[in-house]
Design a protein around this ligand. Sequence first.
Ligand code: HEC
Ligand code: HEC
Length: 215
Amino acid sequence: MKALQRVLMSSALLLLVDNAQALDGKKIFMEGGAQPGAMPCVACHGADGSGMAAAGFPRLAGLPAPYVRKQLEDFKSGSRSSPVMRPLAIALTQAEVDALSQAIAAMPAPAPAALHRSEMPTTAAQQLAWQGAWERQIPACVSCHGPAGSGIGDAFPPLAGQPAAYLAAQLSAWQNGTRRNDANDLMGHIAKSLTAEEVQGVAQYFASLNVEAKP
Ligand code: HEC
Ligand code: HEC
C-alpha cells in the first residue's frame, strides 16, 4: 500500500513538473513533437508558416489559436479527414497542441489586401465573394470571412492568401462530406450550393488577395 502511494505521489509530482514547463511551440514546429510520428510542421508548412502553394499546403501563420486547436482535434477525430494530417495530429500531446496553436497564432500573417467597398465586383467570383447569391441562399463569403477574406475572430478563418488549390480542395471536401467539422454545417450547405466553376473562381479570387504575393 505504501509503495503504491509512493508511486502515485511521484507520478503526481511528475505531472506537476510537466505542466510547469511551458512547451516551446516554435521549437515543436521546427523540430517535431516528443512522440514518434510527430513530424516537424516546417517540412510542409514552411519555416515562416506560409505554406507551400504549389503543393496545396495551407498557410498557418497568424491563424487564431482556437481555430488551429480545433482543426487538430478535428483531424484526430476524423470529422475533417486528411490522411496526411491525421497521424500527425494523433501523435501530438495536448500540451504540444496548445503550445503549437499559440506559436502559430503569433507568427506574422501576410497583410490583407485593401479593398474598397466602392469598388464594383467585376467578375462572377467577386460577386459571389462580396454579395453572395441570395436566390440560392448563399451568403456573401466576406460576411463571415471578413472584408478581403482576412478572417473574423477565432472561428472564421482567413481565406486571403491561402493557395487556390487548397481552398478549392476544402470546398470539394465539404461537397463530398470528407470535411464536416463546422458547428452548424454552414460551410457544408454553402459548398454544396456552388458549381465546380464557382469553386475554382472563388478559390482563385481569395488566393489572389495577398499583398505579399504582389510585386
Ligand atoms: C507531410 C506534410 C505536413 C506536415 C509535416 C504537417 N502538415 Fe499540416 N497540413 C498538411 C496538409 C496537406 C494540410 C491540408 C489538409 C486537408 O486537406 O484538409 C494541412 C493542414 C493543416 C491545418 C489546417 C489549416 C487550415 O487552414 O484549416 C493545420 C492547423 C495544420 N495542418 C497544422 C500542422 C501542424 C501543427 C503540424 C506540425 C505538428 C503540421 N500541420 C505538419 C500537411 C502537413
Ligand atoms: C455563415 C458563415 C460563413 C459563410 C457565409 C462562409 N463561410 Fe467559409 N467557413 C465558415 C466557418 C465557420 C469555417 C471554419 C469551419 C471549421 O471550424 O473548420 C469556414 C471555413 C472555410 C474554408 C476553409 C478554410 C481553411 O483554412 O481550411 C473555406 C475554403 C471557406 N470557408 C470558403 C468559403 C467561401 C468560398 C464562402 C462563400 C461562397 C464562404 N466560405 C462563406 C463560415 C462561413
